[in-house]
Design a protein around this ligand. Structure first.
Ligand SMILES: [Zn+2]
Ligand SMILES: [Zn+2]
Length: 344
């Protein structure tokens, strides 16, 4: 089968790879129908996340179950399914608490040996461990473009918002309108936020957030702090999502949030940064961090997508063929696309 493999920083290629076979009883094999390129694939592409040359990349997928082990009960051969970006064992201390994203045996598709040596989904077929937890049936009538967000990007935007405990009538701000930030805007509105202030520097992204119902504010041409004050009687927003993963974004999020409010840092942090703990402490802020517990959220996310309250399809800007993966990565790297969907 054909698969997109990492070769070297800036170089991916289409390779011929052996077809996967279910080994464990709870494994399944999925014939991929659509697979996304994600911002985290770019970290691999840039060499910031190290990967063995020849490893298959990708972690967002929709497809059809080709084979399932005897212990798989929730999906069966022929089902149209979507995958979560990672797998979890369902048995360990963390899984028993519902913290599937912190599973002791957690593995992420397409991220090489450091994250569990699980071959990626930008391929014609993908092996899926713990299929009952990792896969869901695609709801009747849902497009692949929509479904592949549920197990990754929309699940992450939803997680960022759900972690804050936001409620009906609350106010929110989202710093950074990449795909996750845009999904967080939708999730905040779906959770009943009365006001969502969406902050970025890219006009198209600000316009898209506005089309979802947010108030767009340009980071530098506008004045996010004034906009937030104006919308909240000077208090600050109840919750703020940092969907960037940079010291400046986290600092802004802490300043935009009201006293005793919540900052949700969903952007990726790998380095040591300076945080103004004085502001966080004096304001009694709650800080939520870490990558998303998508396995826990995938069912409510799918329900909200079915109900039309979440709709990631406007984020898909490009459809390309699996064969065109090298061009697709180069295009995504030039920031000319918001979401590229590859089809075999
Ligand atoms: Zn992703
Ligand atoms: Zn576990």
């Amino acid at each position: 089968m054909r698969a997109v493999t990492f070769q070297a920083p800036g170089e991916v290629r289409l390779d011929e790879r052996p077809e996967p076979e279910p080994i464990a009883g709870d494994d399944a094999v999925v014939a991929v129908e659509a697979t996304g390129i994600c911002g985290s694939d770019l970290h691999i592409y840039h060499g910031r996340v190290e990967l063995e040359p020849g490893f298959t990349i990708g972690h967002e997928f929709v497809g059809t179950v080709l084979a399932a082990g005897d212990a798989v009960t929730r999906v069966s051969e022929g089902d149209r399914v979507l995958g979560c970006y990672c797998s979890a064992c369902g048995q360990c201390f963390f899984c028993r608490r519902g913290d599937f994203h912190k599973c002791d045996e957690g593995r992420v598709f397409g991220h090489g040996a450091t994250l569990g040596s699980l071959q990626g989904a930008q391929a014609e077929q993908v092996l899926v461990p713990h299929a009952d937890l990792t896969l869901r049936r695609v709801p009747e009538g849902m497009s692949s473009d929509a479904a592949l967000f549920a197990g990754d990007v929309m699940g992450t935007g939803y997680h960022a918002v759900a972690e804050t405990g936001i409620g009906e009538g609350d106010s929110a701000a989202v710093v950074g309108l990449g795909p996750v930030g845009l999904c967080a805007v939708q999730a905040a509105l779906a959770a009943g936020a009365a006001e969502v202030i969406a902050i970025d520097t890219v006009e198209d992204r600000l316009k898209m957030a506005e089309s979802f119902g947010a108030t767009p504010v340009h980071l530098t041409d506008g004045d996010p702090r004034a906009a937030v004050k104006g919308a909240t009687e000077g208090r600050g927003v109840d919750v703020c999502v940092d969907a960037v993963g940079h010291a400046d974004a986290l600092d802004l999020a802490a300043r935009l949030t009201r006293k005793a409010g919540t900052v949700s840092a969903i952007g990726v942090y790998a380095e040591k940064i300076q945080v103004h703990m004085g502001i966080i402490w004096i304001k009694a802020l709650t800080l939520k961090t870490g990558h998303a517990n998508v396995i826990r959220h995938v069912d409510p996310v799918l329900e909200l997508m079915e109900a039309g309250k979440l709709d990631p399809t406007p984020l898909v800007t490009h459809h390309m063929k699996l064969d065109e993966a090298p061009e697709a990565y180069a295009l995504y790297d030039r920031r000319e696309a918001l979401k590229i969907v590859l089809t075999p």
